[in-house]
Write a protein that binds this ligand. Structure first.
Ligand code: NI
Length: 135
């Protein structure tokens, strides 16, 4: 029997979607307003789900205090109030789309968590647009 526990988090960040090897016109054609050269921001909402068995001694799947700390160190601290293209090394040569941000978050969290957990990362870029990455 397994249970999924969730922790929500939030960060504000700027980004620009574009390819360096494309012209501004081509970037606008593909990425629209998200390609504007001077960046723009989003209020990202994150939901991290951790699935595993309930520990018989503690009654926990995972100590949410530990999960909170890991999300803070791996996501909020490095991403909040940052320019993702400029400040986050993972996006130096990768478009910071919601898809890629969710995958980067999943990779960072999974490196810190026991391999037996099933991890899901749900990332809202706007209240209506969101992605889910499960590895
Ligand atoms: Ni955007």
């Amino acid at each position: 029997m397994s249970v999924t526990v969730y922790r929500k988090a939030h960060f504000n960040a700027a980004h620009r979607l574009y390819r360096k090897d494309w012209s501004d016109e081509k970037n606008f054609e593909v990425f629209g307003k998200c390609s504007y050269p001077n960046y723009h921001g989003h209020n990202y909402e994150l939901e991290v789900g951790i699935t595993g068995p309930i520990d018989e001694e503690t009654g926990f799947v995972i100590d949410l205090g530990i999960l909170k700390k890991i999300i803070y160190e791996e996501v909020e601290q490095p991403f909040d109030h940052k320019n993702l293209n400029v400040d986050v090394p993972e996006f130096e040569n990768m478009n910071p789309t919601a898809e890629n941000i969710a995958k980067v978050i999943w990779d960072k969290l999974s490196a810190r968590l026991d391999a037996s957990y099933v991890i899901s990362v749900k990332l809202y870029e706007t209240p209506r647009n969101f992605v889910v990455y499960t590895g």
